[in-house]
Ligand binder design. Structure first.
Ligand SMILES: [Zn+2]
Ligand SMILES: [Zn+2]
Length: 250
């Protein structure tokens, strides 16, 4: 499974793009920066999108994508929980086919096995486990602390997780349903208690004002515990493997 990071921040600027990733060139995870990041040919290659929740930094480029490929005879399947589908009820593009998925129900998207599980956030939100038969990825979307219930249902090899703020803003993270490095470590401890191991971890959705702090604090955790983190960056490509993953470019 090849994971291409398109946007790894929660806000857009000249130097940051909003949350979005692409699996094997065909399946997008969130749509914060699809049209912003991809060539027209690459946009035409997208066959399905999984949306974690309705917040703007995760859906911004959905309608621009629909417009970009509407003359290509391409229909793109979009999978999300009902709350997210409802948010697009009045802003539909005819070539985006919306599918409401239920928590804990496995579904097939393209050749992948997928499942949504609830994650704690300020609006209804889902994390998604996506497997290709070889490797299992869990994408948190936006989440606050309290993933213990999710870990009962998924056992990913690779965790693609948000860390929005630095430890100093733990109160803000708790209030808005986001993670800091310290809070993430608590979630990984909970994962370890259930599964007896920790997954490989890729960190995304960083708020630019906190990026230096997040990087420093994650490096401190690595030094203290040995838990490694890959910090996602726009245009980074990773080959995901069950035991280890490697950065192809970026
Ligand atoms: Zn977000
Ligand atoms: Zn959000």
């Amino acid at each position: 499974m090849k994971l291409r990071v398109l946007g790894a921040h929660n806000v857009e600027s000249r130097h940051t793009r909003m949350e979005s990733h692409l699996i094997d060139g065909v399946l997008a995870l969130d749509a914060g920066s699809l049209t912003r990041s991809l060539t027209h040919d690459e946009l035409r290659g997208i066959r399905a999108i999984i949306l974690s929740h309705r917040h703007f930094d995760h859906v911004k480029d959905l309608l621009p994508l629909g417009i970009a490929v509407r003359n290509e005879g391409v229909t793109i399947d979009v999978y999300a929980i009902q709350d997210t589908v409802d948010a697009f009820a009045k802003r539909r593009s005819p070539n985006l086919r919306m599918h409401a998925v239920k928590f804990y129900e496995q579904f097939k998207v393209l050749g992948y096995d997928a499942m949504a599980v609830p994650v704690p956030h300020s609006v209804p939100a889902a994390g998604f486990q996506i497997g290709d038969g070889n490797v299992r990825l869990f994408y948190t979307g936006d989440t606050g602390r309290g993933l213990g219930a999710a870990w009962e249902h998924v056992a990913p090899d690779v965790l693609l997780t948000e860390v929005t703020f630095g430890n100093e803003n733990e109160a803000g993270a708790r209030a808005a349903g986001h993670l800091t490095p310290k809070l993430l470590m608590g979630e990984l401890d909970a994962f370890s208690e259930i599964h007896g191991r920790t997954p490989q971890v890729v960190v995304s959705h960083i708020n630019p004002a906190w990026e230096d702090a997040v990087r420093t604090e994650l490096a401190d955790i690595t030094a203290a515990t040995g838990q490694a983190f890959t910090i996602a960056e726009a245009d980074m490509s990773l080959e995901l493997g069950r035991e280890s993953s490697r950065v192809l470019e970026g």
